[in-house]
Design a protein. Structure first.
Length: 175
């Protein structure tokens, strides 16, 4: 690909990756905010004052994603297991983003047009799916599919790029 392609792909990669990362952060934040509200709701019925119980959260009820995959009246164990798998999916996504940002900001793959194109494509798809996950309250089990489709392929490409440059001492661009 030509140098003109890199002029478009490099800023697009940074922009789309950052937007996808922000969408995943916000989706994870919604789950944390619901926990704060749930704790406040439970402790409001207790007559003794609890420190910091008046903290409010302005985010939407993301917990519906966890409840949407469960039966009508789930037990605490079922809810906890579903919540744990969603949290694990967010952690895997954060690890993949960490690899992506290390490779991009470290300059290991920023000038490789094919890696940039793959990053733009997968992060765009991931950003759209995470936004739909939050907006339409998809089941939390679909979060694993979103991470597998959008974050894992990018992390594999970035891992291969990091190994190629740092371990195998292969030049991916330049002379």
């Amino acid at each position: 690909m030509t140098a003109n392609t890199n002029v478009i792909l490099i800023p697009a990669r940074f922009f789309v990756t950052t937007l996808h990362f922000m969408a995943v952060l916000l989706a994870g934040q919604h789950m944390v905010c619901f926990e704060l509200r749930l704790n406040r709701f439970i402790f409001e019925s207790i007559p003794t004052p609890i420190p910091n119980s008046n903290t409010s959260c302005t985010c939407t009820d993301q917990d519906e994603n966890v409840y949407s995959g469960l039966k009508a009246y789930p037990s605490a164990e079922e809810y906890s297991a579903k919540k744990s798998t969603a949290t694990a999916a967010f952690i895997i996504a954060y690890i993949c983003f960490f690899l992506d940002f290390i490779s991009m900001l470290g300059g290991f793959s920023i000038f490789n047009a094919s890696v940039n194109f793959a990053n733009v494509f997968f992060h765009f798809i991931g950003g759209v799916f995470v936004s739909m996950y939050v907006r339409y309250t998809w089941q939390s089990s679909l979060l694993w599919t979103i991470v597998a489709i959008s974050n894992v392929p990018v992390a594999l490409v970035e891992t291969w790029t990091l190994l190629s440059v740092c371990v195998f001492k292969r030049r991916l661009f330049g002379r």
